[in-house]
Design a protein around this ligand. Structure first.
Ligand SMILES: Cc1ncc(COP(=O)(O)O)c(C=O)c1O
Length: 336
């Protein structure tokens, strides 16, 4: 039975038992038309297991990641029941954790096995997984000294997605860029990224592009950017002050095929100014789930002839093929 705090017109229920809280959470979950927790499964090292009830996919409020933003995360795409490029993502995840001075509750192999088991338990065959390492629950202070052990959380997010073939608009954002330490560490402080994509959406664009103080192109809020120069060179900005995108890295590994075919002249990472980049014949966002999204207009100016270019489509085909049948896929051991 609920009891109530007195003396306030908006009386707030006080739930004294866990059973009441559980019932309330489950009611909320059932009644929301668009599920507020779209995950198909969650793993929590605090619980020590996999959760299938969306109402119970919760984080402890005293977790250092929740109240101080002391956490790192990463992802992997799930396509046709296979996890794509999980190992490069896990490598980046552990690099981010080391930079953020967060330990892990388990060795790498155990983290990997948990992610695969969680995906199998979800029954989900298409979407993505996302996972976090945090300094863990503790004493609400700034220093993590009072957080005795790191925590590992993960979810499976079902989603429909297909290879992108239409072009989109991009805009340069005025939201300040993260300094290199924070941009290269995939940490949970995504406020600049959120403000940046909201800025793009307000201006009718798919996403924004960060350009640094010296005028060099950096990245988008959740994507890297790639250009084809007028002499058919594929150029991606260097990764020393932006996130080292796993999709961008894979693109760099696959793109030389188009050099062999004589369609590209070279594949390079080097810094390029926005002014030079705007003279590209083709441009694209590159990131998990896209994997290559052609950009046909940037800051109101057409890129190339303003149409989706055939080289970005060819690169997109190479990556999509790699996701569907390439060597770095883990078949999830579903029970049915
Ligand atoms: C800031 C930022 N840049 C680039 C990327 C692209 O990285 P990936 O290809 O590994 O998805 C992401 C993806 O999360 C990102 O958040």
């Amino acid at each position: 039975m609920d009891s109530y705090v007195q003396g306030d017109n908006n009386e707030v229920p006080v739930y004294e038992s866990g059973a009441e809280v559980l019932q309330k959470l489950q009611e909320k979950c059932r009644s929301s038309s668009t599920s507020s927790t779209p995950a198909a499964a969650m793993y929590s090292s605090v619980l020590g297991g996999i959760i299938l009830d969306p109402a119970m996919m919760l984080l402890p409020i005293d977790d250092h990641m929740v109240h101080r933003g002391h956490g790192v995360f990463d992802t992997a795409m799930l396509l046709d029941g296979c996890l794509y490029e999980l190992d490069p993502h896990l490598d980046r995840f552990l690099r981010s954790a080391a930079r953020a001075r967060i330990g892990t509750p388990f060795p790498r192999g155990t983290l990997r096995s948990i992610l695969i088991q969680m995906t199998a338990a979800s029954g989900c065959r298409k979407g993505s997984i996302r996972y976090w390492l945090s300094a863990g629950p503790g004493d609400f202070l700034l220093s993590p000294k009072g957080c005795p052990s790191p925590a590992f959380y993960a979810v499976v997010i079902p989603a429909e997605y297909e290879q992108c073939r239409e072009g989109v608009r991009a805009v340069t954002t005025s939201v300040p860029m993260k300094p290199p330490l924070f941009a290269t560490t995939k940490n949970v402080n995504y406020l600049p990224n959120v403000l940046s994509i909201m800025d793009a959406e307000d201006r009718g664009a798919f996403a924004s592009v960060w350009v640094d103080d010296q005028g060099y192109v950096a990245e988008g809020p959740m994507v890297n950017v790639a250009f084809v120069t007028p002499d058919c060179e594929l150029v991606l900005p260097e990764f020393d002050r932006i996130l080292s995108g796993c999709t961008a890295k894979r693109l760099l590994a696959l793109a030389p095929k188009l050099v062999e075919d004589g369609r590209l002249t070279a594949v390079t990472t080097r810094n390029i100014t926005a002014e030079q980049a705007k003279r590209s014949v083709e441009m694209a966002f590159v990131g998990s789930g896209l994997p290559v999204l052609p950009i046909v207009e940037w800051d109101g100016q057409p890129i190339g002839d303003g149409q989706v270019g055939e080289l970005m489509l060819a690169l997109s085909d190479l990556l999509w093929e790699d996701m569907k049948s390439g060597p770095d896929r883990i078949a999830v051991p579903y029970s049915n």
